[in-house]
Design a protein around this ligand. Structure first.
Ligand code: XMP
Length: 537
């Protein structure tokens, strides 16, 4: 399949005009958080692997460079390194944790293994030794700060030209060479546990780098719309729309640029939630004015899934079938298109997916095979438009709000691509799907009634092929089990089960057993992620 390189080149040009900050990743667990914290200050940030070439960094015309933390020691044989020339570019640099150790090592200071690992909270005393009075980084910040650390090695000797600007009981915790505009801290300014972390970052951005806060929702919408318009010319585009926040924001942005030359395809796999196909189509067409083809392909999905119980096989079958349906619809459209063909495919790819493939750590191991339309057949003549590939999820929601999307979409809980298939254990039958849809609708209704919908990450029902005995009226019953899953999370990487009030659980349980035929038992899932996952399959 053709790639979206040309589209990205265009976005690259706009990036260099933003004068943002490049974050070089040493494999730290907080690298994305650093980039988000910078963007919260309306300054654009991009993450590149620490091995990025100088030329690539220069393409961003950065106002500053941040070096992330990382798990290594500078003395490891495979210790990650940047090109030391970044320290002589004249662009301000802030090293964080491993970033500070690497700067020290690269510029002739000394780093040594600490006797005691510093992990968690510590107290920082701000102090400027040997250097010019006052530090721009610590301007206006209290002299004693609670900070958050996570490191083994520490700095023993400063590189020539540097002064120490902060200590903990154990070690030098901040250093700088204001002449060369190189700053470094041993602790994590990006985590909330560090007192005045935001002020320190703001000082670096606005006092040291003199960055301009040009990264805003409306600027992004204008620039992206213009970039799409210029790039796409008179051609047409298609988009696989799910009604979720990412694909809907992507479609609305592209629709602003292209109008009805964008056609969206919404596939009913038969594994959507109750009434979702009808309601979502109505919302996308009538309220958002999008051109949407609704394809009810539930029969063929269910046929392919007959007799299949293995979770990974279910996912693979659904992924493959989805692509087949989408490709068929795209071909039909292309044949019927009188205006010069459909050359573009819109995808709601987000920045974390992009970073994953550039990180020094490489793509992380697959725990479950998630699906999107990335696996279209080779011969489909599309180039990609990925208008959200620079954005984090919370930024997508903000852009969606600026675009006037209703809360029903912006606050909608994430829903997996394979849909209810991963919440219906065992074989998928029409009857069981119906049972699950009914139970799920009750869970969501009760969560809404309790005012909790926008406060939790996800709330849903799972149908277990486990029969147990019940008694209803004078009759003995032998029915299925529904598990209720409600979790809170920031990013789905970790999640905790929600301590729901007893009355809410009680209402859910009573209603499900009374209103959903064939269910005799309701259980509440009290497992966290890790070690469990959010979905059951
Ligand atoms: P797990 O179950 O891995 O889920 O803890 C993490 C988040 O991802 C969603 N999820 C998916 N999303 N395609 C998707 O688009 C998938 O195949 C898929 N599987 C899980 C899940 O709902 C949760 O929010």
């Amino acid at each position: 399949m053709a790639t979206g390189a040309t589209m990205q080149e265009h976005q690259g040009k706009a990036r260099s005009e933003l004068g943002g900050v490049v974050v070089l990743d040493f494999g730290g667990q907080y690298t994305q958080l650093i980039a988000r914290r910078i963007r919260e200050q309306n300054v654009f940030s991009a993450i590149l692997p620490c091995t990025a070439a100088l030329e690539e960094i220069r393409q961003y015309a950065p106002a500053g460079i941040v070096l992330s933390g990382g798990p290594s020691s500078v003395y490891d044989s495979d210790a990650p390194k940047c090109d030391p020339a970044i320290l002589a570019m004249g662009v301000p640099v802030l090293g964080i944790c491993y970033g500070m150790q690497w700067i020290t090592h690269a510029l002739g200071g000394k780093v040594e293994k600490a006797e005691r690992r510093e992990y968690g909270r510590a107290q920082l005393q701000v102090k400027c030794e040997n250097g010019p009075s006052g530090s721009l980084l610590f301007l206006g910040v209290p002299q004693s700060l609670r900070i958050w650390n996570s490191h083994g090695d520490h700095v023993l000797e400063l590189p020539p030209g540097f002064c120490a600007t902060g200590h903990t009981d154990n070690a030098i915790a901040a250093l700088e060479d204001p002449e060369r505009k190189i700053y470094a801290v041993q602790f994590h300014v990006e985590v909330n546990h560090t007192e005045s972390g935001t002020e320190l970052l703001r000082n670096f951005l606005f006092r040291v780098c003199k960055a301009e806060p040009k990264w805003s929702g409306s600027a992004f919408i204008e620039e992206t719309t213009e970039a799409i318009r210029t790039k796409v010319g008179q051609g047409g585009a298609i988009c696989a729309l799910s009604g979720g926040v990412d694909s809907t924001v992507a479609a609305v942005l592209v629709h602003r640029a292209m109008g009805d030359r964008l056609t969206n395809i919404f596939v009913n796999t038969g594994m959507l939630r109750k009434n979702e196909f009808r309601d979502t189509l109505e919302m996308l067409r009538d309220r958002l004015g999008l051109r949407v083809i609704g394809v009810d392909a539930s029969d063929r999905f269910l046929e392919r899934l007959a007799g299949v119980t293995d979770p990974e096989r279910k996912r693979k079958i659904i992924g493959r079938e989805f692509i087949a349906v989408f490709a068929e619809e795209a071909q039909k459209l292309q044949k019927g298109d009188a205006q010069g063909g459909i050359g573009w495919l819109v995808q709601g790819t987000l920045y974390p997916d992009v970073i994953e493939s550039v990180s020094v750590k490489g793509p992380s191991a697959t725990i479950k095979s998630h699906h999107n339309v990335g696996g279209l057949p080779e011969n489909m003549p599309f180039a990609l438009i990925e208008p959200l590939r620079d954005l984090f999820k919370d930024e997508v929601r903000r852009i969606g709000k600026d675009l006037g999307l209703p809360d029903e979409i912006l606050l909608k809980h994430p829903f997996p691509g394979p849909g209810l298939a991963v919440r219906l254990l065992g074989e998928i039958t029409r009857e069981h799907l119906h049972t699950l849809q009914e139970a799920d609708a009750i869970v969501v209704e009760e969560i809404r009634r309790a005012g909790l919908y926008s406060k939790v990450w996800q709330a849903f029902a799972v149908l277990l092929p486990v029969r147990s005995v019940g008694v209803m009226g004078d009759y003995r019953t032998y029915g299925l089990t529904v598990a209720v899953r409600v979790v809170e999370s920031d990013d789905a990487m970790t999640a905790d089960w929600v301590r729901l009030p007893g009355e809410v659980l009680e209402r859910m349980s009573t209603r499900i057993v009374n209103e959903v035929r064939g269910v005799t038992r309701v259980v509440y899932d009290i497992s966290s992620k890790p070690p469990s996952t959010i979905e059951w399959e």
